[in-house]
Design a protein around this ligand. Structure first.
Ligand code: AMP
Length: 277
């Protein structure tokens, strides 16, 4: 479906038939991380909707937006394989009739870390998620933990807008070598991909240090940074934060989150791990 009107009508009919509606918002170029969200929705809901929309307002760089992969036909086939009922693929004009501008502010959670590196990013995320939820009106929306800060921004937006959708966050799906699946990974050459593996390696060392009793976050962060530097990866940030507020912690504790953003050959990658889990 390509229009909000069609989408609303499909949801209305499903709801009238007594179905729970599960929704997986994506930007397409679907991989097993997205599929895990769709599979979970399929087990929990009578109607599964997947949106495929490359949201212009969450990109702060025109070249990044232009380079983002667009593979709608393949995505629709992946959705079908995983039992999706509706693929919602609106045009930019459909989602932004007044032009591509963010109309919601993500607030404090949205201006740090990813938000500091990509100004306006989370205002765009909050805006598009609100508009998609308004079109689909799902009972449950599914998000991946790989985009940790995004899950907090979305939860905050849903609460402050009074949207009755329940948010479920599912674990990060990784490739066989440990690299977190991302639509951006296809832009990595085999050599760059090999270097990118320092990111999951760094996160594993962070977990190991914590499990072995190291709680000074400085020491853990240093170990992660060394792992990334050895692979000659450009570090944007490595931080250990409170899981709800994203406030930096001096002392790590169970549930604290290690967040990494790094650039490999011009491709920006993010990943994270929750300590003690
Ligand atoms: P995207 O298409 O990148 O906007 O992602 C759409 C949804 O899929 C978001 O909720 C992401 O967090 C989630 N996602 C992306 N990559 C992964 C992954 N490797 N594991 C789990 N969820 C993911």
């Amino acid at each position: 479906m390509h229009t909000v009107a069609e989408m609303r009508e499909a949801s209305r009919v499903a709801r009238a038939d007594g179905h729970r509606i599960g929704f997986v918002p994506t930007m397409g170029a679907l991989h097993a991380g997205h599929a895990a969200l769709i599979d979970r929705a399929r087990t929990e809901c009578g109607m599964v909707v997947v949106s495929v929309f490359v949201n212009p307002t969450q990109f702060d760089r025109a070249d990044d937006l232009a380079a983002y992969p667009r593979t709608l036909d393949i995505d629709a086939a992946v959705c079908a394989t995983h039992g999706t009922d509706v693929v919602f693929a609106p045009s930019a004009n459909e989602m932004y009739p007044d032009g591509p501008r963010a109309s919601l502010r993500a607030g404090d959670l949205g201006v740090q870390l990813e938000g500091a590196s990509r100004p306006g990013h989370f205002d765009g995320v909050a805006t598009i998620v609100a508009r998609l939820l308004d079109a689909v009106e799902p009972d449950v929306a599914y998000f991946g933990r790989k985009d940790y800060q995004q899950t907090l921004v979305v939860r905050h937006m849903i609460a402050s807008e009074g949207i009755p959708t329940v948010v479920e966050v599912l674990p990060t799906v990784r490739d066989h070598d440990g690299l977190a699946l991302s639509s951006r990974n296809i832009r990595l050459s085999p050599g760059d991909r090999e270097r990118a593996l320092a990111i999951p390696r760094g996160l594993i060392s962070a977990s190991r240090l914590f499990d072995n009793g190291v709680i000074e976050t400085d020491a853990i962060v240093r170990a992660v940074r060394e792992e990334l530097s050895r692979a000659d990866i450009g570090i944007d940030y490595v931080v250990i934060v409170d899981p709800d507020s994203l406030a930096p912690l001096a002392t790590a504790r169970v549930g604290a989150v290690v967040l990494v953003a790094a650039t490999v050959a011009g491709v920006r990658l993010i990943d994270n791990v929750i300590l003690g889990r």
